[in-house]
Design a protein around this ligand. Structure first.
Ligand SMILES: Cc1cc2nc3c(=O)[nH]c(=O)nc-3n(C[C@H](O)[C@H](O)[C@H](O)COP(=O)(O)OP(=O)(O)OC[C@H]3O[C@@H](n4cnc5c(N)ncnc54)[C@H](O)[C@@H]3O)c2cc1C
Ligand code: FES
Length: 267
């Protein structure tokens, strides 16, 4: 697909605050909503901010092709995401996508574990949507800082997932990190795991998932320049047989097999 094919103009349907620091942006565009896979991302040009030259990458949370809709959940952290909170219905967003490789969904029913943290919760909505259609069972564990930052639980429950929330301060759900409660979930039969969250969370759950020998995919974040493979600002270390090579999160990722990733503590 050329860059011309990747460029889209999507109209804003709604842009709603869903917790203290996250917004849910619903966009309408035919093609993206029909071809984007869970775990793929889009690169958004920030409207009315010519000074913000670099596009901002966001995972696609959920697609509804029958209505030409797709959703992004973003956390307000800096200039670009602050400007995005001004988006109003019918505004037009310029974006590139879908970019990168998404999660692999089994064709047949499987017992699946979904682990999410912070803004990494939203891309798992799309995974849950696909797994639901394969009659898979789902155990979902989501980690947040406190009750004020919890979102998305209802979406997983609507797909019939057994859903657990952890908060660092114990103000909602189980107290502590997802990794501290993960062993209990591993008592069940788990065939596949999907992880999307901050790097410290990925590093904490990785040894537990590896010990249980579960086929696992993780979505990695990296600071990005171009978003389509040219600038090499997003490389991570990945095993290829005996060798360790650099791969681009924006092209070969953002989703990788856990067994292939070289996480810091392994180098
Ligand atoms: C593949 C991918 C998927 C992502 N999906 C989501 C998502 O679904 N929801 C969400 O809230 N955030 C997501 N992020 C992080 C998001 O891109 C940044 O939070 C956002 O770019 C910050 O922009 P800013 O202008 O508000 O912040 P600033 O700090 O002002 O940004 C300055 C520069 O740093 C870059 N940057 C800052 N933080 C990050 C980061 N964590 N990762 C990559 N680049 C960063 C910005 O793109 C920008 O170029 C994703 C990042 C990647 C790489
Ligand atoms: S962001 Fe430029 S190569 Fe990945």
């Amino acid at each position: 697909m050329s860059r011309v094919d990747l460029r889209h103009s999507a109209s804003v349907v709604s842009n709603t605050r869903i917790c203290t620091d996250h917004y849910r942006l619903v966009l309408q565009e035919d093609r993206l909503s029909s071809i984007t896979l869970p775990g793929q991302f889009v690169n958004i040009r920030i409207h009315n901010r010519e000074d913000l030259i670099l596009r901002r990458p966001f995972s696609v949370a959920l697609v509804k092709p029958e209505k030409s809709l797709f959703e992004i959940v973003y956390r307000v952290v800096g200039k670009g995401t602050s400007a995005m909170t001004d988006l109003q219905p019918d505004d037009v967003v310029d974006l590139l996508g879908p970019l990168g490789k998404g999660f692999r969904i089994p064709e047949k029913a499987a017992n699946c574990l979904l682990l999410g943290g912070g803004c990494g919760v939203a891309p798992l909505w799309g995974v849950a949507d696909k797994l639901y259609r394969t009659n898979s069972t789902m155990v979902v564990m989501l980690g947040f800082q406190s009750s004020a930052t919890v979102f998305g639980e209802d979406v997983f429950r609507a797909y019939g997932a057994d859903t657990f929330i952890t908060t660092d301060d114990g103000s909602y759900g189980l107290k502590g990190f997802v990794s501290e409660h993960l062993e209990k979930a591993m008592d069940r039969q788990i065939d596949r795991a999907y992880v999307c969250g901050p790097t410290p969370m990925i590093k904490a759950v990785a040894p537990i998932l590896k010990k249980a020998n579960v086929a696992c995919e993780i979505s990695m974040e990296a600071y990005m320049g171009c978003g389509f493979g040219v600038c090499l600002s997003c490389v991570v270390s990945v095993r290829n047989g005996e060798a360790i090579e650099k791969q681009r999160v924006c092209v070969e990722g953002p989703v990788f097999r856990l067994e292939d990733m070289v996480l810091d503590h392994e180098t």
